[in-house]
Ligand binder design. Structure first.
Ligand code: UDP
Length: 473
């Protein structure tokens, strides 16, 4: 097997600038792309907010980190107090545009041609970045931090909001506009008068298919049907994932074992929960995590806890705010002290691949559903909003790797419903089928990123274009 240190290839074959959205769910998959490119001899300048680049290890000497935006001075991406969202987003756009143009233009003075930036790889959420690439005269590559199914769902909603006909028959999936928070737009004031946050979620779709490359974080065999469909709109869409550290898949990149980045609590001893898992029987632990941002409502915390108590199962629960523990049923901590562990943050890849972990309760964020799928962990989906809703649909109905709970009249996933789903996963026929599907999908994922696999080839095709030096027209 070809095993190398990351960026072990000393010869630089080309240089790309990556413009990365400052949120864990965006940084994590893009750092994996950076590492795969560096592994193949491409120099990557990885630019994100100052706080992001100060808090992680790139993992290759071919990856350098640069702040594209000083959030410590000018405020976090959510917008500092006192500035409206619209004004803030404009400010953020201006900073990152100036940074990118300046960086690319300076690099173009480098006497060594291979060190000149040939491409801007940007988060698809940065809808302005396509124009930046064009203005700088470099190749444009949009990275989609969503699964393709969610991209397709949102694109159909975008067209509906604009009142435009699709060029192709619609994909046969539910209309998610009424539970992704977008019904307000579809039924309401139209595109020009919507809230800035909704607008930001939709406006980028005007650029679908316009970049020289579009990259998606999944793999061909997971999203084959959607990929075929979306290629009618976006012929350059290519799957390059899963964007999970190499050690869990192809194992070609010796040092690529994690995302190199810790959120929330730098004091957390990451090994404590792994040591605790070592004391548990295989497949006996339920892992509960709601991604990097979500704060779960107190009633929801209670319902999950009641279900765990009733099932008497082991659990490892990522809970961001310690005060949330106050929302647990009385005596829960004392009664379940042998069975459960709470952490503020954990190394999710290591946890999911630990033999003791049998199931995950997830909010269905894009990274979490892909990670659980390729690491073989059946999912109980409790989606909350945005792309989590279509993701959950794909998990249960299309990939068939999990089950989703249904909300009660109060809009909460109740104890009985959570228990019903657990029983289905643990003892039902569906659970057996899910485990079989997961095994097969893991195999497909490994093949995709291995030498000559579909994702590997798509990255090679991109590099071939970089190296031959053709610029954006
Ligand atoms: N994650 C982690 N440790 C935790 C919780 C989450 O490493 O304790 C990682 C997880 O592996 C995933 C990311 O955080 O890569 C969450 O991304 P996702 O798209 O699932 O959700 P988001 O944070 O964007 O809502």
């Amino acid at each position: 097997m070809e095993v190398e240190k990351m960026g072990g290839n000393n010869e630089v074959r080309g240089h790309v600038l990556m413009l990365v959205f400052p949120g864990y769910g965006h940084v994590a998959p893009m750092i994996q792309l950076a590492r795969r490119l560096a592994f193949k001899g491409i120099k990557v300048t990885f630019a994100s907010s100052l706080s992001v680049i100060q808090s992680f290890q790139p993992g290759s000497h071919l990856i350098s980190l640069l702040p594209s935006y000083d959030d410590l001075t000018h405020g976090p991406i959510g917008g500092p107090r006192g500035i409206g969202v619209v004004a803030f987003l404009q400010k953020f756009q201006d900073f990152t545009t100036d940074f990118s143009l300046d960086f690319i233009n300076k690099s173009l003075q480098d006497p060594d041609e291979r060190r000149r930036v040939k491409c801007l790889i940007y988060d698809f959420d940065f809808h302005w970045a396509l124009d930046v690439a064009k203005q700088a005269g470099v190749i444009s590559a949009a990275f989609h931090t969503q699964v393709l199914g969610a991209t397709a769902a949102y694109y159909m909603i975008y067209m509906k909001v604009r009142g435009e006909e699709l060029k192709v028959p619609p994909l046969d999936i539910p209309d998610f506009s009424h539970n992704t928070g977008i019904s307000e737009v579809v039924d309401g004031p139209g595109f020009h008068n919507i809230s800035p946050v909704l607008k930001a979620a939709l406006v980028k779709f005007r650029n679908l298919g316009k970049a020289d490359f579009h990259f998606c974080l999944t793999f061909d065999k997971l999203e084959h049907e959607v990929l075929e469909w979306i290629k009618n709109i976006c012929p350059t869409m290519a799957t390059i994932g899963p964007m999970v550290a190499s050690a869990y898949l192809d194992n070609r990149m010796e040092d690529n074992t994690d995302y190199g980045f810790i959120m929330n609590d730098p004091d957390t001893n990451m090994n404590t929960c792994l040591e605790w898992l070592n004391t548990k029987e295989p497949n006996s632990v339920v892992y509960i995590a709601f991604g990097s941002m979500a704060d779960i409502e107190s009633q929801q915390v209670k319902e999950i806890a009641l279900a765990l108590r009733s099932l008497r199962c082991n659990f490892l629960w990522v809970m961001k705010q310690t005060e949330m523990q106050k929302n647990l049923p009385s005596n829960f901590l004392e009664e379940m002290s042998e069975k459960g562990m709470f952490v503020k943050w954990c190394p999710q890849l290591q946890v999911l691949s630990h033999p003791a972990v049998g199931y995950i309760v997830t909010h269905c964020g894009a990274n979490s559903v892909v990670e659980a799928t390729v690491l073989g962990v059946p999912m109980l989906g409790l989606p909350r909003y945005t792309d989590q809703i279509p993701n959950a649909y794909y998990v249960e109905e299309v990939w068939k790797v999990g089950v989703n709970a249904k909300k009660n009249e109060e809009g909460v996933y109740g104890k009985e419903e959570i228990e019903r789903c657990f029983k289905e996963l643990m003892y039902g026929e569906k659970g057996k089928e899910i485990k079989k599907n997961l095994k097969q999908l893991r195999q497909h994922a490994i093949e995709a990123v291995s030498h000559g696999g579909s994702s590997d080839m798509h990255i090679e095709e991109f590099i071939a274009r970089l190296v031959c030096g053709a610029k954006n027209k």
